[in-house]
Every structure is written in structure tokens, then in C-alpha cells.
Design a protein around this ligand. Structure first.
Ligand code: COA
Length: 139
């Protein structure tokens, strides 16, 4: 897998990937999510190519205090080949280079396989409750 920044030509393939991985939700418009990311640290929106085709993604950001990772995805046909591990290692390295001291990330309740994945990478559950407030409705 070759890891590189997202390019405009990737949009349809990345949305297909997120759908194949079950990451899209009715209240999140993936096109708007991509467009917003391209206005902030676009170089941290990572794509993994397998045989020249986008098969993995990670939307990474550093807010000045913590690093965040969204839309981590490896296409189901390519899972369990260490692509997810490599993508996260790459994301961690980019954040370390920016002086970011810690990564936070959210996993939807019940997604126990992904929790096992993150635990195998050294992530642990924080004693914190995740709260959210929608500021701009997408739909
Ligand atoms: C989470 C995800 C990115 C992992 O990608 P991957 O390339 O399959 O993961 P890796 O091959 O790098 O796995 C590394 C280790 O994580 C653990 N792991 C990965 N998938 C696992 C699973 N389904 N169940 C249990 N452990 C798992 C294993 O310890 C694995 O090492 P091993 O294969 O040597 O046993 C992938 O499953 C995915 O895209 N899932 C759907 C989208 C999603 O839910 N993303 C997270 C949003 S928060």
C-alpha cells in the first residue's frame, strides 16, 4: 500500500470506500465532510493505494492540543493485511512531526472489532464522555 495525501480525483472512490466500510451516516454528507477537510490541513487527509487504486483512508487533524483521526477505513477486500496499522503509524508520525502530544479518537459504541484493532495499536479507553453539538446541519 502506498500512502499519499488525498487528491480531488479521489472523491468518488473515497465515498465508495466509506460506504463499503459502513462509515457513512445519513446526518453526515461525505462530500461536505471532504470539502471541509480540504480547507484545514488537507495534507493530513491520507489515502492508501493498493495496485494504484484508493483502498484505504484516514482523515487526520491537529487542533493545537490533540490529534484526531476520522474516517479510518480499509476496504473489506484488503483488511487484516496490516494496512490499517500502517496507516495509523503514518498518521502518528505526521502528528509527532507537528509536536502533537496525544491522539484522541472516537469509535461508535458496539464497534468492538475496531476497539480490538485500536487496543492492538496501544490505544486505551480514556475516562471521558464524548459530547457533541451540531453547529451546521448537513441535510
Ligand atoms: C479498523 C480497520 C481500519 C482495520 O484495518 P485492517 O487493515 O484490517 O487492520 P490491520 O490488518 O492493520 O490489523 C492490525 C491488528 O488489529 C487487530 N484487528 C484488526 N481487525 C480486527 C478485527 N476485525 N477483530 C479483531 N481484531 C482486529 C488485530 O490484532 C490485527 O493484527 P493481526 O491481523 O495480526 O491479528 C478496518 O477493519 C476497517 O476499515 N473497518 C471498517 C471501518 C471502521 O469501522 N473504521 C473505524 C472507524 S472508528
Amino acid at each position: 500500500m502506498q500512502i499519499r495525501p488525498y487528491l480531488a480525483a479521489d472523491e468518488a472512490a473515497i465515498i465508495d470506500l466509506w460506504q463499503a466500510c459502513g462509515l457513512t451516516r445519513p446526518w453526515n454528507d461525505p462530500k461536505k465532510d471532504i470539502a471541509r477537510k480540504l480547507t484545514e490541513q488537507p495534507e493530513l487527509f491520507l489515502v492508501g493505494d493498493v495496485d494504484g487504486r484508493p483502498m484505504a483512508s484516514a482523515m487526520v487533524g491537529f487542533d493545537g492540543h490533540r490529534g484526531w483521526v476520522y474516517y479510518l477505513a480499509v476496504h473489506p477486500d484488503h483488511q487484516r493485511r496490516a494496512h490499517g496499522r500502517r496507516l495509523m503509524a503514518h498518521a502518528e508520525q505526521l502528528l509527532i512531526e507537528r509536536g502533537c502530544p496525544k491522539i484522541n479518537l472516537m469509535v461508535r459504541t458496539g464497534n468492538s472489532k475496531v476497539i480490538d484493532f485500536y487496543r492492538s495499536l496501544g490505544y486505551a479507553q480514556d475516562e471521558a464522555v464524548s459530547l457533541g453539538k451540531r453547529l451546521i446541519p448537513d441535510l
